[in-house]
Design a binder for this molecule. Structure first.
Ligand SMILES: [Zn+2]
Length: 73
């Protein structure tokens, strides 16, 4: 699930050779718990944080528009 959330934030081309964003996962990985750590580089983590902040800001603005629209009715 975390893998897919990163895709939503960073796009389809966000695979890496190791860790969370490996393109292929095997049942052995889950059985052994060898998930390779987060495997996210510091720049990827920074990009995810910025994207999250941007989306929260957009949702806040959208919520204000909805609330304002509700108050005007
Ligand atoms: Zn993927």
């Amino acid at each position: 699930m975390a893998h897919e959330i990163v895709h939503m934030l960073m796009g389809a081309g966000s695979h890496s050779d190791y860790g969370l964003m490996r393109p292929k996962w095997w049942s052995e990985d889950f059985r052994t718990g060898n998930l390779g750590g987060s495997g996210l580089s510091p720049s990827a983590v920074d990009l995810i944080r910025k994207e999250m902040a941007k989306r929260v800001a957009m949702a806040t603005v959208a919520n204000r528009v909805v609330v304002r629209g509700t108050e005007e009715q």
